[in-house]
Design a protein around this ligand. Structure first.
Ligand code: FPP
Length: 238
């Protein structure tokens, strides 16, 4: 894989994978068929992203708000994630991919938590794509969890609230050692952040496409990258 790598000029891409339900509906299929196709696309996009020169990829698989979906759909999504953790044990070895889960995993079933731990541990020393899967993730929840940990350290005298910097606060985040995304992609025409990485995306470029996630592919990723490369990032300067 390494010898084919291009240099697309950006390091970290975050993706809100939207439109699975509509993709299935258009084909008279159950919504879960859309999620199943969406998870196959995830596997392919990991390879494509790495080959295009992307080092970090972070995807929104299940939000803190997704629990309000019908139980059947939540169960189907959890089963897909279960399957993903298991099949990724082998694939991450082959692809040299490091997988981590961000979000509050404590609410997930014990067996899924165990599969996540196993995959994270077995892939921890891989040096290819650094892949983050957000599960039971919410940006406000992440900030609140970070603030709680910080308050505990402050009470123990380990940090001084007066001297706290953004960099120090960021160390309490799930993505602590990961650079902020350069680019956010959201599929299916919606133009919302939906509580995804609000702190980390503060200065990122946003790319929206009408393509539904199960139809997303390398060509679409290249379009998003071309959009990014056409932008002039000023970070509040001129
Ligand atoms: C949004 O589409 C998608 C989700 C809420 C789930 C995303 C999950 C996957 C792609 C599969 C699982 C991931 C892995 C890593 C195995 P939607 O259901 O809101 O679609 P709609 O807006 O068209 O109804």
């Amino acid at each position: 894989m390494a010898e084919e790598r291009e240099n697309c000029g950006l390091q970290h891409v975050a993706i809100i994978m939207d439109g699975n339900g509509r993709w299935a509906k258009k084909r008279f299929l159950p919504r879960n068929a859309g999620h199943a196709q969406g998870s196959r696309v995830v596997e392919q996009i990991c390879e494509d992203a790495y080959n295009l020169g992307i080092k970090y990829l972070t995807i929104y698989a299940f939000s803190t708000e997704n629990w309000t979906r019908p139980k059947e759909e939540v169960d189907a999504l959890m089963d897909l994630l279960r399957k993903y953790m298991k099949t990724s044990l082998e694939r991450s070895k082959k692809n040299n991919m490091r997988v981590r889960v961000i979000g509050d995993v404590s609410r997930l079933d014990a067996d899924l938590q165990e599969s996540i731990r196993e995959l994270e541990q077995s892939s921890a020393n891989n040096t290819g794509l650094f892949f983050q899967v957000a599960i039971n993730y919410g940006g406000r929840d992440e900030i609140l969890r970070a603030a709680k940990k910080l308050a505990q350290d402050a009470a123990k005298g380990k940090v001084s609230p007066e001297q706290l910097t953004q960099e120090q606060f960021y160390r309490y985040f799930d993505t602590a050692d990961i650079p902020y995304p350069d680019l956010l992609i959201r599929t299916s025409g919606e133009k919302r952040l939906s509580n995804f990485l609000p702190w980390q995306l503060a200065y990122s470029e946003f790319y929206f496409t009408d393509v539904l996630w199960p139809d997303f592919n390398k060509k679409e990723l290249q379009k998003a990258i071309a959009y990014y490369n056409s932008r002039d990032r000023r970070f509040g300067g001129i």
